[in-house]
Design a protein around this ligand. Structure first.
Ligand SMILES: [Zn+2]
Length: 342
């Protein structure tokens, strides 16, 4: 049975890895020409941006000290770049549509309509809801561990994975926070923060799935499992931030890590007879189906709702079930240990 799982796992991975492609929109020479021109002149076609005009004559801004501050100038330039990208993209898409071509991706993203200055308003809203769901889940886990499961006079509960779930909660909330920021405004640093925190969360989730499913309780064994995975995760984050933001390669790494942990949980749910295994299956099946949205993504409907936004929507109920499983596992682990003690 386990062999079958591994064969399916490898086949699925092989198929998924073959389907990725880099962004076609920003490789388009007409888009590039518009973008380069806009950075120099501050105008994309007929639309011009005030913040693209950095005063050459410093004496004119003597009264306002902040106009010469490096942070201000940098923000101004970043805003200029973002607006140039947006308007060049709109123009290219308009052109493409008149010639009967469908939308293409720019810098890893579909062309979206901005609402209240937010680049992807629907994804922002769902990211915030995911963040809230993780906070709610973590808070109720915290209450359970420290108020309900703690035996009288005892400093600690018997559940062995408390600390790991606290770190997981922190990484999840951090990841959704930067996801909301990145979907609000796509800039070099918001993109790096979002991608890095998502990779950190994925890497840590894989570690936790191995430690929990193999019931690794010994500290030395935990370090032995976690060290190579942590090293890989950190190296990948450093690679994305300091060497090259390679979307295709990052997608492959993320899919491999995500599919691996879904399979680990699924196999464990089948073997362990955990009382709440149906919740695990719900998350694994739901998470797997949701991942299809991320992989076979489609352009945004009305320039607003794309596959990625829907993917963020599906993770909201899955997060609720997931934290419910974690709480059940804490109760299950504590009751098992107290039976052993008796
Ligand atoms: Zn996202």
């Amino acid at each position: 049975m386990a062999d079958l799982y591994w064969i399916t796992f490898l086949v699925v991975l092989f198929c998924l890895v073959g389907t990725f492609d880099a962004s076609a929109g920003d490789a388009d020479p007409l888009y590039r020409a518009c973008f380069d021109q806009c950075k120099k002149t501050g105008c994309a076609g007929e639309t011009c941006f005030l913040h693209c005009k950095i005063p050459l004559d410093a004496s004119s801004s003597d009264d306002n000290w902040y106009l010469k501050e490096p942070l201000y100038l940098w923000l101004k330039q970043a805003n200029c770049q973002s607006d140039c990208q947006y308007h060049c993209m709109l123009q290219r898409e308009k052109d493409r549509a008149t010639h009967g071509f469908g939308p293409v991706k720019y810098h890893g993203k579909w062309p979206f309509k901005r609402v209240f200055g937010l680049q992807e308003p629907v994804s922002v809203a769902f990211s915030v809801l995911n963040l809230a769901m993780h906070f709610h889940g973590w808070l109720s886990f915290f209450m359970l561990i420290y108020y309900k499961l703690r035996s009288k006079g005892d400093e600690k509960t018997c559940y062995n994975y408390t600390c790991l779930w606290h770190i997981y909660a922190f990484l999840s909330m951090n990841s959704w926070l930067w996801s909301a920021v990145f979907h609000s405004r796509d800039m070099d640093f918001t993109e790096k923060l979002d991608y890095s925190s998502a990779v950190a969360l994925l890497g840590f989730s894989l570690i936790i799935s191995i430690l929990r499913s193999f019931s690794v309780k010994n500290e030395a064994a935990r370090v032995l499992v976690a060290a190579p995975l942590l090293a890989f995760t950190v190296t990948h984050i450093l690679y994305l931030n300091n060497y090259q933001m390679d979307y295709g390669w990052n997608m492959k790494v993320c899919v491999v890590i995500a599919v691996s942990q879904l399979l680990i949980w699924a196999i464990w749910a089948g073997i362990s007879r955990h009382p709440s295994r149906w919740k695990l299956w719900a998350v694994v099946v739901g998470g797997g189906l949701a991942m299809l949205l991320e992989i076979y993504d489609f352009p945004p409907y009305q320039g607003l709702v794309d596959a990625h936004a829907l993917w963020h929507a599906t993770t909201i109920p899955l997060t609720y079930i997931w934290w419910s499983f974690i709480k059940d596992d804490a109760k299950f682990g504590t009751s098992n240990l107290s039976k052993k003690v008796k």
